[in-house]
Write a protein that binds this ligand. Structure first.
Ligand code: COA
Length: 260
């Protein structure tokens, strides 16, 4: 894996994917999107990886949006394709089958905010700024933002952010439920790592089933969602991890999961 726009490393079951164009505030150009797809495909298929942390290089930006230079050539036909292609990369992240934590280390604007929205958990540095400024350019969010933002923070708040293009800071993002927690920037990666390692220490079959079930929250009605939950719960009950987890509790010791 030789990336031009990403840094990629794996430590103790956690993959760190860092978008690395700090001089352009990590704006997503075509190459970065293509490499993101490649890196997340790798994360999906590598059994040594349990959790992914996604962040941006430098101390100023997570991702300041799609690369605006590449937007200028779009016409109605190529614009639709551009949107669909970006959506498919972000859908890969949301449906990775493994938890992805966004460590938001600065500006998360436009496609950068949509990228954070596609992750399962968002931790923000105190310097983080969120916004969907596409209306300022005469376009709308095209990488899933019109759909994911309102599902996360409610239709009224999502609508306001998308219609005004306003930026909000980390504390406001926390208040409206856009991020899970806010920490000093210097603690951002260590906080994300601690959460990732905690998740990685659990039985990974249960983690993946939980991820699948909760991911369906906005895709289905309560009845069908609960039917899925019951099926996945049943599958968990057939695992060695479940036997070990319950036995370890009764024996008052830490469970040793084998992810089987
Ligand atoms: N696409 C392409 N380049 C971008 C970019 C983007 N989305 N965001 C930042 N950059 C580039 C700038 O062009 C500049 O490059 P240069 O040094 O070659 O001129 C560099 O990153 C630094 O950005 P700059 O604007 O000088 O930093 P700033 O601190 O003054 O402002 C922002 C920071 C985030 C407020 C500002 O860069 C911005 O508004 N970016 C665009 C955000 C946006 O609209 N995103 C949605 C796109 S759909």
């Amino acid at each position: 894996m030789n990336y031009q726009t990403l840094l990629f490393e794996v430590q103790e079951a956690v993959a760190y994917v860092t978008i690395n164009r700090p001089d352009k505030l990590n704006a997503l150009n075509a190459q970065a999107k293509s490499e993101l797809r490649e890196a997340f495909e790798h994360c999906r298929t590598d059994d040594a990886i349990s959790v992914v942390i996604l962040t941006g290089a430098g101390e100023k930006a997570f991702v300041a949006g799609t690369d605006i230079r590449e937007l200028t050539a779009l016409n109605p036909e190529t614009g639709k394709e551009f949107s669909e292609e970006g959506q498919s990369v972000f859908n890969l992240i949301e449906n990775l089958g493994k938890p992805v934590i966004a460590a938001v280390n600065g500006y998360a604007l436009g496609g950068g905010m949509e990228l954070a929205l596609a992750c399962h958990i968002r931790i923000a540095g105190e310097n983080a700024k969120f916004g969907q400024p596409e209306v300022n350019l005469g376009i709308i969010p095209g990488y899933g933002g019109t759909q994911r933002l309102a599902r996360l923070v409610g239709k009224g708040r999502g609508m306001e952010l998308i219609l005004t293009g306003d930026q909000i800071d980390a504390q406001e993002a926390l208040r409206i439920g856009l991020v899970n927690k806010v920490v000093p920037l210097s603690d951002l990666i260590s906080t994300a790592r601690a959460m990732a390692q905690k998740i990685a220490s659990k039985g990974q079959i249960a983690v993946r089933m939980a991820l699948k079930a909760v991911n369906m929250t906005h895709e289905t009605n309560l009845t069908d969602g609960q039917a899925l939950e019951a099926s996945l719960f049943g599958l968990c009950c057939g695992t060695e991890d479940f036997k070990e987890g319950a036995k370890a509790f009764l024996e008052k010791r830490k469970a040793e999961f084998k992810n089987k």
